[in-house]
Design a protein around this ligand. Structure first.
Ligand SMILES: Cc1cc2nc3c(=O)[nH]c(=O)nc-3n(C[C@H](O)[C@H](O)[C@H](O)COP(=O)(O)OP(=O)(O)OC[C@H]3O[C@@H](n4cnc5c(N)ncnc54)[C@H](O)[C@@H]3O)c2cc1C
Length: 189
């Protein structure tokens, strides 16, 4: 399992996300992606965690549950736009929340699309192609990195020992992704 927490609403609330693996074969209601979660069940799942995590979990009474579905990274610009139709955000490139970038990429898509649609010298299909070409490789890279993070965070056995040693030795630097934040900015209007 792994957990992520960060303050939201100017620090009035703390968003806490816990990601756990269910045994294979468990039947989920796939018609709804947002399920009610029982606090007791979450606490049982996370009973093996350290004291600070336990304190945090017991301070939270209301949880929501999402079943996560994986999808391969984008393979081409055609998955973003064809003709006069374009897909943005999760509709085009859903990703596991192991890099916390799904909404970030959706916002970057929107900014780039807005800029491309302002290009009066092009037809709409050309504008959408420009958008797709500008975005698909970055989105694919973030999808792939998110999936890889999941393998590392949730690894077992020898791989988890290696991960723990590396985290002790390198700390935050191990999780640093400068290309994500320092790379070329999306085109904006
Ligand atoms: C547990 C979890 C934690 C996450 N943490 C982070 C994070 O820390 N940082 C981050 O950047 N991202 C995070 N994400 C990912 C992020 O939530 C998504 O990537 C983002 O919401 C995608 O935005 P979107 O607009 O593409 O799709 P959505 O947010 O899914 O929006 C689609 C909207 O369309 C509506 N809709 C669907 N069908 C129809 C229809 N037929 N007619 C009209 N409306 C319809 C839906 O109700 C929904 O409101 C997380 C996701 C999960 C599940």
């Amino acid at each position: 399992m792994h957990m992520v927490q960060y303050p939201v609403q100017s620090g009035d609330y703390l968003n806490v996300v816990a990601i756990v693996h269910e045994p294979a074969g468990k039947a989920w209601d796939m018609t709804d992606w947002d399920h009610a979660a029982q606090a007791d069940s979450i606490r049982t799942h996370l009973a093996h965690t350290c004291r600070p995590v336990q304190d945090l979990i017991h301070a939270i009474d209301h949880w929501r549950l999402w079943v996560l579905h994986g999808r391969l990274p984008m393979q081409s610009a055609a998955e973003h736009a064809r003709g006069r139709v374009a897909l943005l955000g999760d509709a085009a490139h859903p990703m596991f929340p192991y890099l916390a970038q799904g909404a970030g990429m959706a916002i970057e898509d929107a900014a780039t699309l807005g800029a491309c649609l302002l290009d009066q010298g092009q037809t709409v299909p050309q504008q959408l192609q420009a958008f797709a070409q500008a975005r698909w490789q970055r989105n694919a890279r973030v999808q792939a990195r998110s999936a890889r993070n999941g393998q590392i965070f949730h690894s077992r056995g020898i791989m988890s020992l290696g991960r723990n040693l590396a985290m002790r030795a390198l700390g935050e630097r191990l999780l640093d992704v400068p290309w994500l934040y320092d790379g070329p900015r999306p085109r904006v209007a």
